[in-house]
Design a protein around this ligand. Structure first.
Ligand SMILES: *Cc1c(COP(=O)(O)O)cnc(C)c1O
Length: 706
């Protein structure tokens, strides 16, 4: 194998390429068509190209690029002076072990469902960039999260294509003598075996546990089938594998973390295995609790009581009895740790409660969510004074390099040393912006919108083809044809995320006549793009999808409202770079943070959101728009009507006129000013480099600062 081919293969096996534009372009240029077909997966791409072809192309036309990318990759991996070596050597010598039920790293690795996973993936990438010794732990879901299709009626159909290790950049974890590393965990009366896979994400490693091996009983093999699949029993088994299995894996690998970070309560059972370890070393239960607490930090993501993972006492007893006997912990003591009131252990066991009780510090994911969490959990600390509740906040961000399109990155590079200058600090962002003219900025917007409109047009023709496949009867309805060509001249709104009902995707359709007048105003038209998956068990969420699809087929909305099926990281990247307005209208305060709106900013997109999550602290009146001013009614229907009214108002009176107001050079000067303000105030703050630095200084280093 030539040196160049092995370099390309090596690059394909570290996800570093996913945030390096030149590396991405390199893979794509091998075969643009195949690149699309394999869902931008270089491992799969290289499996489909013959060595002869690779040999010919790598030795000649691509040689220089390969050399350059490879050199940058090697330099990155070998860097010895990083932010972490300078500021936090403790997390260089001993790794941070970060547990999460999902990781969204790239669209080709389908082990995520939504925002929580994207956050984990972005956290991992920034930790790598900052030089933190960082290990992620999750599960290898063979079917991943589903692929979404829409049938003729707009109803969501789920499909679960398998993902195979040989198509992914994963390596099986082996022992020193080359055997598969197998760990054992106890679930109910059974011993369950798990192997592990590792995935390189820059300098960080993600380990994925996998019970899908022949020695296991079939229902335990299925633990690793689907992200958040199955019933409560499946859920608790997944969480045991993640938490307890994860700790056992680290032990088998002789890895001594400096801290265990539980990203959401799913992994909180890890504390039980840590307790067991301390007790085995001679500690009493009380001592063990304190020792475990010293090692753990916890991030909560759920601002509503109903959203927290809870298990019945019976299920806990059935599932843990044997395990607890083996490790010598009294079942009652464990129930106390997970019960809201330790005096009464007959009720539900709550993962968040366990995590809060056994962490040295905990945080919500935005300022507002911190407040909501302190209120929600104050009873655990026997206080009415929320200032006494030891839950802080660190606001979520995004891994900016991953979320900037190649074109956007090139644009900023024409005005700066690197795109980093835009998210380093407000001052450096403003300096870059001062070198960009309004017409250049507007040109960027048009270019990105044109890309998006072309993409959507291809995407929809594909989608209609699928819809016919899933159609029970043939339709000749003319509105079903691809008349829905969107225009880059038109003010474009995007709404895409999980279709959890609290996010209220159909809010903008509350008054169809008013919406009709808005989108079909001949001088100032508007178009709206929707996408998103409902959880397979969430019929209310699926009904929201169906309603939007139905609206999109009404004569007045054809060509103005579209729904793109199968929302995922790849689709997200397209949407956030092309839309003018990223719309977010959850029920406040149910959006703990939200991050998708942060992704649009460097592309010149603007946010329009309920004052909730990150927007509550980022919105300043000149960097986007708000829907209302944070009113909370408590009655879903009343709030719905109220917020819809506020949404129409801000569109009609502020957003639309600002967008269509042009100066003598046909530039929307006030709009562009908003874009500049958004970039300067949002990009430098709402990124995971800042976020991970905060986690490190305030939570990972031993002395937590409140
Ligand atoms: C960023 C992102 C999310 C997060 O969406 P929010 O509603 O803003 O939390 C969800 N899914 C995908 C695919 C994303 O890229």
């Amino acid at each position: 194998m030539s040196k160049n081919i092995s370099a390309v293969k090596k690059l394909s096996r570290n996800l570093w390429w996913s945030w390096d534009t030149e590396a991405k372009t390199l893979f794509k240029s091998l075969s643009p068509l195949l690149w699309e077909r394999v869902n931008h997966n270089p491992v799969e791409l290289l499996r489909h190209i013959s060595t002869d072809e690779l040999e010919a192309r790598c030795s000649c036309e691509l040689g220089i690029t390969i050399d350059r990318v490879n050199r940058r990759f090697n330099d990155y991996m070998a860097e010895t002076k990083t932010w972490a070596t300078e500021h936090a050597p403790q997390v260089v010598s001993n790794p941070v072990a970060y547990f999460s039920a999902e990781f969204g790293i790239h669209e080709s690795i389908r082990i995520y469902s939504g925002g929580l996973g994207i956050l984990s993936g972005d956290h991992l990438k920034s930790a790598s960039d900052l030089g933190i010794n960082f290990i992620g732990i999750s599960l290898f879901y063979k079917e991943g999260y589903f692929r979404q299709f829409l049938n003729h009626d707009g109803w969501q159909i789920e499909d679960y294509p398998l993902q195979y290790p040989e198509s992914l950049p994963v390596e099986k974890v082996t022992t020193i003598d080359g055997k598969d590393l197998i760990i054992e965990i106890t679930i109910a009366q059974s011993t369950v075996f798990a192997q592990a896979w590792s995935l390189k994400v820059g300098r960080a490693t993600l380990y994925l546990l996998d019970t899908n091996i022949p020695v296991n009983e079939s229902h335990y093999r299925e633990i690793c089938s689907r992200v958040y699949g199955g019933d409560q029993n499946m859920r608790i088994n997944q969480e045991i594998l993640l938490g307890i299995g994860g700790v056992k894996l680290l032990e088998a690998l002789k890895i001594q973390p400096s801290v265990y970070h539980m990203n959401e309560g799913h992994s909180a059972f890890l504390t039980l295995e840590l307790l067991a370890r301390e007790i085995a070393a001679g500690a009493t239960l009380e001592e063990a609790k304190n020792l475990v607490k010293e090692q753990c930090v916890f991030t909560t993501h759920t601002p509503v009581p109903a959203g927290h993972d809870r298990f019945s006492r019976d299920m806990m007893q059935y599932t843990f009895f044997r395990y607890l006997n083996l490790v010598g912990i009294d079942f009652e003591e464990i129930m106390k740790l997970g019960s809201d009131n330790p005096e009464n252990t007959s009720g539900l066991f709550t993962m968040t409660v366990l995590a809060l009780r056994l962490s040295r510090c905990a945080n919500g994911v935005s300022k507002l969510h911190g407040e909501v969490s302190r209120e929600m959990w104050k009873h655990l600390y026997s206080t009415d004074d929320t200032r006494q509740v030891p839950i802080g906040h660190i606001t979520n961000g995004i891994h900016t390099r991953s979320w900037s399109s190649g074109f956007t990155e090139q644009f900023w590079k024409n005005h700066a040393e690197s795109i980093e200058e835009l998210f380093l600090s407000r001052e450096s962002a403003e300096a870059v912006l001062s070198r960009v003219s309004d017409s250049e900025l507007w040109c960027l917007r048009y270019r990105l919108k044109r890309n998006l409109m072309d993409y959507i047009s291809r995407y929809l023709s594909n989608q209609l083809y699928h819809q016919h496949q899933y159609t029970s009867y043939k339709s000749t309805d003319s509105s079903r044809s691809v008349k829905s060509a969107l225009s880059p001249d038109v003010l474009t709104l995007g709404f895409a995320r999980r279709f959890a009902t609290y996010k209220r995707a159909p809010l903008i359709f509350q008054d169809l006549d008013r919406l009709n007048a808005i989108v079909n105003n001949a001088n100032m038209p508007v178009q709206i793009i929707f996408a998103g998956k409902a959880h397979p068990h969430d019929d209310a969420g699926k009904e929201y999808i169906r309603q939007i699809v139905e609206h999109s087929r009404r004569p007045q909305f054809v060509g103005k409202v579209v729904f793109l099926e199968n929302y995922n990281i790849g689709v997200a990247k397209r949407l956030i770079s092309g839309v003018d307005i990223w719309l977010n209208n959850p029920v406040r305060p149910m959006e703990a943070s939200g991050t998708s709106g942060q992704k649009t900013v460097l592309h010149g997109g603007l946010n329009l959101s309920i004052i909730d999550g990150w927007w509550c602290e980022a919105y300043n009146g000149t960097n986007g728009w708000s829907i209302g001013s944070g009113e909370e009614n408590g009655n879903y229907d009343e709030q719905y009507r109220f917020d819809a009214g506020k949404l129409y108002e801000v569109l009609e009176h502020q957003i639309i006129p600002t967008f269509y107001e042009r100066n003598e050079h046909n530039l929307p000067v006030r709009w562009l000013k908003n874009i500049r303000n958004a970039i300067a105030t949002i990009a430098p703050v709402y990124n995971t480099d800042r976020m991970v630095r905060e986690y490190t200084m305030r939570y990972y280093l031993k002395e937590p600062r409140p």
